[in-house]
Design a binder for this molecule. Structure first.
Ligand SMILES: [Zn+2]
Ligand SMILES: [Zn+2]
Length: 300
């Protein structure tokens, strides 16, 4: 694993460059001066950044600025700009992913459980936005997951800080739709590498070691997306993941079922038959949707 080891030392070096409040203050200043004001905003001069950061000693300030230059900051003829890696650092810091750990108590949400029709609630804990039924066992059967869990989505702390839980609930499910669509199109929205799509094991078949995830859901019609590079994995409903394409787009539009919880609850309530490399869902009124392992959907 020499590749991983050398990447590790390179990554450690990059992170170590950020281990300084003065350097983070330089990035913040450059963000306000050259990014927040517009995508093609100008440069910030040395003296402007220095004044923003409030370091009097020029030697000390230059030392820190030099450490950032080339990788996180670009030096131009007239000043400095925030390079893309510097912008990524700002974005990541502002999600609070590494530093914040907010909790939001379970709150009643306007919507119904797709399993039992009971009331649902949402809470936020340890980086996950969880949708939970108050009246049944829910979808996920795992010791680390609360009883009645219907969905558990990784969501940034910033998404529930100063934003009410009901809005966060809607946004987290819309965000998952975007993620699933990208993965249904064959690539990871996180890293740009290929995504493998796995259908659940056919009735009576053992999911095997690779079937982790499938063993812990109380519904047979879910598929797994797995990025081959960064390891991003999701268990998703295939008809939700392709909700913007062909037969499913027509169905949802005709029936006025918007993306988000309503759409998820709709498809999750349909009975499914698991076949060899295909899933067949039965919608009301006798409509059937047949999905193959490339997520092509046929309406019958
Ligand atoms: Zn329920
Ligand atoms: Zn990835």
């Amino acid at each position: 694993m020499e590749g991983l080891a050398s990447a590790r030392s390179r990554d450690a070096l990059a992170f170590s460059v950020l281990d300084s409040e003065v350097r983070l203050a330089i990035l913040d200043s450059l963000y306000e001066r050259t990014v927040a004001s517009g995508p093609l905003a100008g440069n910030a001069t040395y003296s402007t950044i220095k004044a923003d950061v409030g370091v009097e000693d020029s030697g000390r300030f230059s030392y820190h600025l030099d450490k950032l230059t080339d990788r996180f900051v670009t030096k131009t003829e007239t000043g400095y700009r925030l390079a893309e890696p510097g912008r990524e650092v700002i974005r990541l810091r502002r999600t609070g992913a590494f530093t914040d750990d907010p909790s939001v108590e379970a709150t009643r949400i306007d919507g119904k459980c797709y399993r039992c029709g009971g009331g649902i609630q949402a809470f936020y804990r340890r980086g996950y936005l969880v949708t939970q039924c108050r009246e049944c066992i829910g979808l996920i059967d795992h010791e680390l997951v609360a009883n009645g869990t219907l969905a558990s989505l990784s969501y940034p702390p910033s998404g529930v800080s100063g934003i009410d839980i009901e809005t966060a609930f809607e946004r987290s499910h819309l965000r998952s739709a975007h993620t699933f669509r990208s993965m249904a199109d064959g690539f990871c929205p996180n890293c740009g590498h290929d995504v493998a799509i796995t259908l659940p094991p056919a009735d009576g078949e053992n999911p095997g070691d690779d079937g982790y995830g499938f063993r812990h859901v109380n519904y047979d019609g879910l598929i797994r997306f797995a990025c081959t590079h960064c390891g991003r994995r999701h268990i998703a409903h295939p008809l939700y993941a392709v909700g913007d394409r062909g037969a499913m787009a027509d169905f949802f539009t005709t029936n006025g079922i918007d993306p988000g919880w309503d759409r998820i609850a709709t498809v999750m309530s349909w009975p499914v038959t698991v076949g060899d490399a295909e899933l067949v869902f039965e919608a009301p009124d006798g409509v059937r949707f047949r999905v193959d392992d490339e997520l092509e959907v046929r309406r019958e």
